[in-house]
Design a protein around this ligand. Structure first.
Ligand SMILES: Cc1cc2nc3c(=O)[nH]c(=O)nc-3n(C[C@H](O)[C@H](O)[C@H](O)COP(=O)(O)OP(=O)(O)OC[C@H]3O[C@@H](n4cnc5c(N)ncnc54)[C@H](O)[C@@H]3O)c2cc1C
Length: 434
């Protein structure tokens, strides 16, 4: 089943709080007939749009094709959390790949956040970048782990923006009796993700990129130039960028073996008004140390935006609202009876190691995806480094590509059932607290 169409209507944004509070641009026309470009980009999320802007600013002739709309995918429906680093902490990365490579990756992730903040400040203020992200911990072991990470970041990397909160401080910032502590990172933050995606599309077009919507890429014929085919047209291009992430499972075998869709779900409560003060003491985003992670924050109209409960099934569950409502009340019993106005889901691209899969698929085809829950900042950076690689400067691209992401076991047929089983096991561990 094609994840592009399994849970969504063609060309329609999901009924999310984000879509309800963004100015949705008029639909762009689909690709018709034969066209040429220096670079053809498949996918108009943060990855593809960032690549398009950077390439167009360098003078390349760029075409972007999206099966739905620019910002339709994960980029327009995520938790909005702008996280530091990767979906693996630095101490683990150092053990796996050594100090130098891990530090080079950290520097890139810092560049990713700086780029995002600068874009928001200079060009996309409506995305409302807000600093502050807390990682909530449930046990002393989780807290000790976070403490080691903070020590490493401050002492070895000179990163001064993260610090530990003890139980009392944590509970004054995020008013759940379940948290035993937290790691507060003021160098991370949160945004309105759909407005940010629309802003990136606007900037890419202003730089000269052409974006076609409702233009699903069905086939790529390799060669120089490569030919990218939709049902109504073709683009002959010297370079191709694959930026379909979790929605692109079967177009290119090497990518499909390494990046697979994982669905995640979010809801927005009714506006909480003064009740918001019973949940938050400060406007910070939160994610936590459950393996099946909860992530949440306040919206600008003081709703609780609450996400979690990932699933490897391609189809969304029938009742996302009830599933998330239960998780909200578990953490915040004081919100008993709160109404949920919006609930939606989306596809996150994940890899075996939860680190991004940036790769050269053929001499003139590059791909980036699998950012897991860290893509809000990292995907823009991946787009930028693919653009630089095409322009002849591949050093940063190589730093990411050197991560060498393994294929999922089980091939494209068995990987989902195997991972579903693993997910069930880990969520059981969360519930038992082991
Ligand atoms: C519910 C949810 C919550 C998340 N929360 C966070 C968070 O809080 N923080 C964080 O850092 N990350 C989060 N993420 C992950 C983050 O959103 C992604 O990593 C990031 O948006 C990836 O951007 P992308 O451009 O690579 O992919 P996408 O935004 O998914 O874009 C891919 C695009 O490619 C198009 N496409 C695919 N196949 C084709 C084809 N064959 N032809 C044409 N077009 C095609 C799709 O239509 C889509 O528009 C979350 C994701 C989800 C789904």
């Amino acid at each position: 089943m094609n994840p592009l169409y399994r849970n969504d209507r063609p060309g329609e944004f999901p009924r999310s709080w984000y879509a309800a509070t963004a100015e949705i641009p008029n639909e762009r026309p689909p690709l018709q007939g034969d066209s040429t470009a220096d670079v053809c980009i498949v996918g108009a999320g943060y990855t593809g749009l960032s690549a398009a802007r950077h390439l167009a600013e360098k003078g390349f002739d760029v075409v972007v094709l999206d099966a739905h709309r620019a910002g339709f995918g994960a980029s327009g429906r995520n938790g909005g959390q702008v996280c530091s680093g990767y979906n693996s902490d630095q101490s683990t990365l150092i053990k796996k790949i050594g100090h130098d490579h891990a530090k080079a990756l950290w520097d890139l992730s810092e560049e990713a956040k700086t780029d995002l903040r600068t874009l928001c400040a200079d060009h996309i203020p409506e995305a409302r970048y807000t600093p502050g992200l807390i990682h909530g911990t449930y046990t002393p072991q989780d807290a000790a782990h976070d403490r080691t990470e903070v020590d490493l970041l401050t002492q070895d990397y000179g990163y001064a923006q993260a610090r530990m909160c003890d139980r009392d401080e944590m509970r004054s910032l995020v008013k759940s009796q379940q948290y035993e502590g937290g790691l507060l990172d003021m160098g991370a933050g949160h945004i309105h993700p759909l407005r940010y995606a629309f802003g990136l599309a606007r900037l890419a077009e202003a730089a000269g990129a052409r974006i076609y919507e409702r233009s699903e890429v069905l086939r790529i014929d390799r060669g120089d130039p490569a030919t990218v085919a939709t049902d109504k047209g073709h683009v002959k291009a010297r370079h191709v960028i694959l930026a379909g992430n979790g929605y692109l499972p079967n177009l290119e075998r090497k990518v499909a073996a390494r990046v697979m869709p994982l669905n995640s779900f979010i809801c927005a409560t009714e506006p909480l008004g003064d009740r918001a003060d019973q949940v938050f003491g400060q406007d910070v985003a939160v994610n936590d140390s459950k393996w099946v992670v909860n992530y949440f924050r306040l919206s600008e109209d003081r709703r609780l935006l609450f996400g979690g409960r990932p699933s490897y099934s391609i189809g969304f569950p029938n009742d996302i609202t009830t599933l998330l409502h239960k998780r909200i009340i578990d953490l915040f019993p004081q919100l008993k009876g709160v109404k949920i106005d919006y609930a939606w889901g989306g596809s996150v691209g994940v890899t075996m190691t939860r680190l991004p899969a940036v790769m050269r698929v053929a001499p003139n085809i590059v791909s980036a995806g699998g950012f897991a829950g860290h893509g809000v900042a990292l995907s823009g950076l991946a787009g930028k480094v693919m653009a630089e690689a095409i322009a002849g400067q591949a050093a940063k691209f190589d730093t990411l590509a050197d991560l060498k992401i393994p294929s999922f076991p089980g091939g494209s047929v068995m990987r989902s059932p195997i991972l579903r089983l693993a997910m069930t096991w880990y969520s059981l561990r969360d519930r038992l607290g082991v």
